[in-house]
Design a binder for this molecule. Structure first.
Ligand code: NDP
Length: 330
């Protein structure tokens, strides 16, 4: 079967040369195991961290071995009484088209409840990140202003929609005019800012958030976040969810220049890793599924076709080529 491996650790921005494709033998499933075939593969910015060997919250990928991410797979053969051929499962699996896996590491997903790929997005890791990051750390209150960076992406688009459901004024930052239109017309944001065409981001944020920013949901870090933090209100909360704008930097940042603002505003800033909130997943999924069924949430994605497109789909996240969740369909 085909595999996609980490060929070398990227220096700065990853390129196609950091990956290679090969083939591997497929074992025969034993008791408690399943033979599965990948159906959808998630590509995510955090995989950049696993390509490097810097200390992190999950171990690095090994050179010469397949990379791995969230997937939906179809059961081809089952040696476990709870699964049968034709079932679909979700889990974190290597980039290997067909493989034998332990059934206990996978969850069954229900195709009749939502499209399969939604279990990688709004009903999967990114939906959980949006919901739990916003509610647990952002502590939003109706009437407040929520600012979201990376707003048209998988996490950001869901954060903004949840903000609207909870009665906040929601302003998003994204990289193209089309994305800004989408924020307003598809996701119901009150205003949007294109960071690529805006010279003075701090001023644009002040205009978009006339009452200041009470919750800043940060997906990108860097200069955009500095501009956001110039506009925070007293007792505001910043959710440090991600910092994609600096993931490819080769030097560590020297300081957080906006620290005095946090002091002056009695403002809090807290890092957030969704995996640390696993006990809250069931309730969060139930809430997200209910909003989806009530059409309060839209499920948006960019779908690439074919196993071999996985590396390019991943690289394209750093060029903003996706709106909503980026997934690869096999
Ligand atoms: P997205 O779907 O948001 O895709 C990435 C987006 O980031 C791109 O579409 C692009 O949009 C934007 N982007 C890329 N480069 C830059 C840049 N230099 N400056 C500003 N924006 C940039 O990915 P996800 O929703 O999966 O992830 C969003 C963030 O959340 C990431 O930082 C990720 O690491 C983090 N995350 C954190 C988790 C946690 O547990 N803490 C879990 C999941 C994700 P644009 O066109 O607008 O530039």
């Amino acid at each position: 079967t085909k595999t996609i491996n980490l060929k070398q650790r990227p220096q700065g921005r990853p390129t196609l040369n950091d990956f290679d494709q090969s083939t591997a033998e497929v074992a025969t499933p034993q008791d408690g195991e399943l033979l599965v075939k990948l159906a959808y593969v998630s590509v995510d910015p955090y995989l950049r961290g696993r390509m490097s060997d810097a200390p992190s919250y999950i171990p690095p990928f090994e050179i010469g071995k397949p990379m791995a991410s969230g997937v939906i797979a179809e059961v081809v053969e089952s040696k476990h009484d709870k699964f049968k051929p034709g079932d679909y499962v979700s889990g974190t699996l290597p980039w290997k088209v067909t493989q034998v896996v332990k059934a206990k590491d996978l969850l069954k997903v229900d195709k009749s409840q939502a499209p399969l790929s939604a279990y990688l997005g709004v009903l999967g890791m990114t939906g959980l990140t949006a919901y739990l990051g916003l509610t647990e750390i952002g502590k939003p209150k109706a009437g407040e202003t929520l600012l979201v960076s990376g707003a048209a992406g998988a996490v950001g688009s869901v954060v903004g929609q949840i903000g609207k459901i909870l009665g906040l004024r929601v302003v998003g930052i994204a990289g193209t005019d089309d994305k800004v239109d989408m924020l307003k017309n598809e996701f119901g944001f009150d205003a949007g800012i294109n960071y690529n065409t805006t010279k003075n981001m701090s001023k644009a944020i002040a205009e978009g958030c006339p009452d200041g920013v009470d919750v800043y949901f940060d997906n990108v870090g860097g200069d955009i976040s500095d501009a956001a933090l110039f506009n925070i209100n007293k007792f505001s909360r910043t959710v440090n969810c991600g910092a994609i704008s600096v993931y490819n930097n080769t030097e560590l940042p020297k300081s957080i220049s906006v620290q005095p603002f946090l002091v002056r505003k009695s403002s809090s800033m807290q890092g957030f890793i969704v995996f640390d909130y696993a006990d809250k997943y069931p309730a969060a999924i139930q809430q997200l599924a209910q909003w989806l069924q009530q059409d309060k949430l839209t499920h948006t994605e960019t779908v690439r076709d074919g196993f071999e497109t996985i590396p390019q789909a991943f690289l394209d996240l750093f060029d903003g080529k996706n709106t909503g969740k980026m997934v690869v369909k096999l």
